[in-house]
Design a protein around this ligand. Structure first.
Ligand code: NAI
Length: 335
């Protein structure tokens, strides 16, 4: 019988996990993992978290018996893998639960922007105004979509874009030529993609190499009036540069499901009390607040994954990851 602690789970998820992992001693916390909560779990062998838990060295050190971390997400940049390696802690993720889910959301953001759906909704609801003068949008048919990162989600995004009749350009450090031929996608350099695309959608994981991949210089290369969609990780885009690009008209709009310092926006009091906050962090928080107020910017709270079907797939894979680990045949390990 293993001691397993789940963080950030809702009541329906708890019920499902209790049914699926009956033989084990389970504890549940509805909120994300932080230093205070981890203290109660000092003899826990397995923890399961989502991206809102920052599993830093400090947190890991509070779990002396920890052997396995099952993150209920694809991304794992919220976990200190170096420390896990030193401590011999295995980490698994859910590699594929929402390729279509996130890609569909990309188009929810794109269509909301291209057809001004959010403005139309507010106008009718708040003002009872049924005129369409301020609602003129643009077609996707014939436009160029740039997909940065053609892994699982990027590929699905490219497929949907083709369905809209868009020309699709792609950039990836490991291009999949067979996929490109099959779907009718053209791989180009990042610079060419940025110059040519009317809409750029980012699907690379966050890592040292992708930190501010889209910075001031890259934004200057983008087609004037283009739109930027980011559902990957906030820090892949330089937020301060994005504010400037949007304010100057270099970019016409942005759909952002992820933000740099998005945790700070969620809990500003905690951010304020954190002594390690740098000037850069503070500037990003200010930039985020400016972004929220810029017209043609849609910001959503990291919810692209959030469908009933995707959440079920996440739970199923997490249970399978835990069972495989306990049978000494770990699957979906990222370290
Ligand atoms: P994936 O691992 O299948 O694909 C990532 C692709 O990026 C790969 O083809 C890889 O070669 C490419 N890549 C890596 N570094 C690169 C670089 N420096 N330049 C160009 N290409 C690079 O990942 P998947 O499943 O498509 O997910 C992508 C990201 O989406 C995840 O890492 C995660 O951060 C984010 N995500 C966001 C969600 C949300 O709710 N907003 C939900 C799920 C994932």
């Amino acid at each position: 019988m293993a001691k397993i602690a789940f963080y950030g789970v809702q009541p329906w998820e708890q019920e499902y996990l209790e049914r699926s992992l009956q033989k084990h001693q389970l504890t549940f916390c509805p909120e994300y993992l932080d230093e205070k909560k981890s203290l109660e779990r000092s003899d826990t062998e397995i923890i399961s978290v989502f991206v809102d838990s920052n599993v830093s060295k400090k947190i890991i050190d509070l779990f002396p018996s920890l052997k396995f971390i099952a993150t209920r997400s694809t991304g794992f940049d919220h976990i200190d893998l170096e420390t896990c390696k030193e401590r011999g802690i295995a980490v698994s993720n859910v590699p594929s639960y929402g390729d279509n889910t996130v890609a569909e959301y990309v188009f929810a953001l794109i269509l909301a922007l291209s057809r001004k759906i959010y403005i139309a909704y507010e106008q009718v609801r708040e003002e009872g105004d049924f005129s369409y003068d301020a609602l003129q949008g643009f077609d996707l048919l014939g436009k160029t979509m740039g997909v940065i990162g053609t892994g699982r989600i990027g590929k699905y995004t490219a497929r949907i874009a083709k369905g809209f009749g868009m020309r699709v350009l792609a950039y990836d450090i490991m291009p999949d030529r067979k996929f490109a031929r099959k779907i009718g996608v053209t791989y180009v350099s990042l610079e060419e993609l940025l110059k040519e695309s009317d809409i750029v959608s980012i699907h690379v994981p966050y890592a040292k190499e992708t930190h501010h991949l889209i910075d001031k210089n890259k934004m200057a290369l983008m087609k004037k009036g283009a739109y930027l969609i980011n559902t990957s990780r906030g820090a892949v885009v330089d937020t301060q540069a994005l504010v400037v690009a949007l304010k100057s008209g270099q970019l016409s709009g942005a759909g952002l499901d992820v933000l740099e310092e998005e945790d700070a926006i969620k809990d500003e009091v905690e951010f304020l009390l954190n002594k390690k906050v740098t000037e850069h962090d503070l500037r990003n928080v200010i930039a985020n607040h400016i972004l929220v107020d810029i017209p043609n910017v849609i910001i959503t709270p990291h919810t692209a994954f959030n469908t009933k079907e995707a959440l079920m797939r996440i739970l199923d894979t997490t249970v399978a990851n835990i069972n495989s680990y306990l049978k000494r045949k770990p699957q979906n390990c990222v370290n």
